[in-house]
Design a binder for this molecule. Structure first.
Ligand SMILES: Cc1cc2nc3c(=O)[nH]c(=O)nc-3n(C[C@H](O)[C@H](O)[C@H](O)COP(=O)(O)O)c2cc1C
Length: 307
């Protein structure tokens, strides 16, 4: 049975995954933590926590709350910074079989350029995922990914700074996700991943105050799955580069739905916070689904529900 997928067919280096199951950034750390709860090497790819130029402590507490069928987080990109990542994490990753993809985040175009340049040609890093759900401080603070033009500018800047495969991670907080996807594809993205979290909020009615320290946060988990699915379907119909589906996947049938909607691979986030073994259960479940139906190649399922 062939589960392998190529996520950067237009890039010289390529990004070949042994299977389509990958971590979603920010929900599985750097993978180097002591006593990691599952065998990372069985995954198709590992995506680490979002990295910025300088180390960040993240937002004020509380930063995580449960919601109906999901969660809100406002971690605020707490991370060790790119230099520590290159020095301390990449030397561990170089020994791994599973490709590691580094998720990068910035608040100016220059920051993305510098990050991509610093990570170019670092042994142990197979690709970059560009998080464009970040405030564009030079242009009033709206997320880069809300509009096609700034999204394309960031993508082109990262493209110029590295020859690594580039996945651009799209935000659902836009009225035109297919337009943004087309713009980043034209600007040099090798693949797109979607969706990042949806903007959300909750209030403590006794204290009459927002529950999250930073007032709003990002909604993830099963609650967002139908929204993510529709966006993956729409984007897969619009672009001619691979699409990676993400948002509320908790089991193999969720993952297969995304693949049938047009995703070549899937990312799993919140589910692994609830059940650390979720990713491998999902991989096993996809294999079981295929073997029970005599499906020889995962590619037979990619976009199977599109018309
Ligand atoms: C605690 C937490 C931290 C996250 N951190 C990042 C991050 O650093 N960079 C990023 O691009 N997405 C980040 N995300 C978004 C996830 O990667 C994913 O896009 C989103 O949670 C939807 O998938 P899910 O429903 O499977 O969790 C984070 C999500 C959560 C819940």
């Amino acid at each position: 049975m062939n589960l392998s997928v190529q996520l950067a067919p237009k890039n010289k280096r390529g990004l070949l995954l042994a299977n389509p199951v990958m971590t979603a950034s920010g929900t599985c750390g750097y993978g180097t933590e002591e006593g990691y709860p599952f065998d990372i090497q069985r995954l198709g790819a590992f995506i680490c926590k979002g990295i910025t130029l300088k180390a960040r402590n993240g937002n004020i507490q509380p930063r995580i709350i449960e919601t109906a069928d999901g969660m809100l987080n406002s971690i605020g990109l707490q991370n060790i910074g790119v230099d520590a990542l290159v020095k301390e994490k990449a030397p561990v990753w170089v020994k791994w079989r599973v490709p590691v993809i580094v998720n990068i985040a910035g608040t100016t175009v220059d920051e993305y350029t510098t990050l991509a340049a610093k990570l170019d040609d670092v042994a142990g890093i197979s690709a970059l995922e560009v998080n464009i759900s970040c405030p564009n401080v030079e242009a009033g603070g709206a997320e880069f990914g809300v509009r096609a033009e700034p999204a394309a500018i960031v993508t082109a800047a990262a493209r110029k700074a590295t020859s690594l495969p580039l996945i651009v991670k799209l935000t659902p907080n836009t009225g035109d996700i297919a337009g943004v996807a087309l713009a980043v594809a034209a600007a040099g993205a090798d693949a797109v991943s979607l969706i990042n979290t949806l903007k959300g909020m909750a209030i403590d009615i006794d204290k009459r105050k927002p529950l999250l320290g930073s007032v709003t946060g990002g909604l993830s988990g099963p609650a967002i799955k139908p929204v993510a699915m529709a966006m993956v379907y729409e984007v897969a119909n619009a672009v001619d580069i691979p699409v990676i589906g993400c948002g509320g996947i908790i089991n193999a049938s969720d993952a297969i739905e995304f693949i049938m909607a047009g995703a070549s691979a899937v990312q799993i986030g919140t589910a692994s916070l609830v059940s650390p073994g979720a990713l491998l259960d999902i991989l096993d479940g996809i294999e079981q689904f295929m073997s029970e139906r005599g499906i020889e190649d995962i590619k037979e399922l990619i976009g199977a529900a599109r018309h």
